[in-house]
Design a protein. Structure first.
Length: 302
């Protein structure tokens, strides 16, 4: 996916760039990575204003979620380390190391079984692996033994980050003094087990990885102006940047855990909308950025 506004700062491994988003009336992919979920009336395009490409969220009904590429259409079953949908065509999702797609399966008892789609298999049958590198055949989450699959989602692996990364965007709050998730890629154990960034009731900003390491800024955002936020995860040199300047540094303590939950913007791990305000030009990179890159991006985006 391109990183359109920042040619001054070329970046590799970019998962998304959403300067030009699709209309809300079109529920297809936004920036080839995200789509509107929940009530679309809660996610509206700003047709005029300082940032014409931004979207505004009402904080209660709509949010942006990682795109679902495919869902179940036939009879589903497990067979060893493979998964079968007898009416699906999985061929385009089957890639050799590293896997480009993952599958998240819901069982009849509401448990979740998931893994990475490897090479081989057939049109209706996929080989499943526990890691993106396809080193071990098998499933993550609940063992499929004795389970009955009733549905699934196929997603791209862009947001399955377990190393250094950066998440950033322009943010304009519509309210202060409340907890509001800016982004989240968590697991069922809680919002911080993957990676997440959010406003606290005291208007500081939290940034967490893996449910272990993280930081909270000493500085606050108490106004409703546009601010450029970057959450840069680089081990002991991690930081939260506000308007191109480091606002808090620290040791994240751990990398994000690999998990099956979708990447969300303006919602927490449970896909509950919460952020009220506007967001523009979000990006995710599978590498940490330098202070100089972040400052250049802030200046070129103003």
């Amino acid at each position: 996916i391109y990183f359109d506004d920042y040619s001054i700062t070329p970046l590799d491994n970019v998962a998304l760039s959403l300067k030009a988003w699709a209309p809300v009336s079109d529920s297809s992919a936004i920036g080839s990575s995200l789509s509107v979920h929940g009530n679309a009336t809660g996610v509206q395009s700003l047709a005029a204003g300082v940032r014409n490409s931004a979207y505004t969220f009402d904080g209660s009904t709509g949010y942006l979620r990682q795109q679902t590429i495919a869902t179940n259409i036939g009879t589903l079953s497990y067979s060893g380390n493979t998964f079968i949908d007898d009416a699906q065509t999985f061929t385009s999702y089957q890639a050799a190391n590293p896997a480009t797609h993952m599958i998240v399966i819901t069982n009849s008892d509401n448990t979740t079984t998931w893994g990475y789609i490897g090479s081989g298999g057939s049109a209706t049958t996929i080989n499943v692996y526990t890691t993106k590198t396809e080193s071990t055949a098998g499933f993550n989450g609940t063992s499929p033994t004795g389970k009955t699959p009733v549905g699934y989602e196929v997603r791209k692996t862009d947001f399955q980050i377990t190393g250094n990364y950066a998440v950033g965007m322009w943010v304009k709050r519509a309210r202060t003094g409340v907890t509001e998730f800016i982004f989240s890629k968590g697991s069922s154990g809680g919002p911080n087990t993957g990676y997440s960034g959010y406003f606290n009731p005291d208007n500081t900003i939290s940034f967490y990885n893996g449910g272990v390491g993280g930081m909270v800024t000493a500085s606050t955002i108490t106004d409703t102006n546009w601010h450029y936020l970057v959450f840069n995860s680089n081990g002991a040199s991690s930081a939260v940047y506000i308007d191109g300047i480091s606002a808090q540094t620290g040791n994240m303590g751990s990398a994000p855990n690999d998990n099956p939950i979708s990447f969300n913007i303006s919602a927490n791990v449970f896909s509950t909308p919460g952020f009220q305000g506007s967001i523009d030009e979000p990006f995710v990179t599978a590498e940490a950025l330098t202070a100089g890159q972040i400052f250049d991006m802030y200046n070129s985006g103003r």
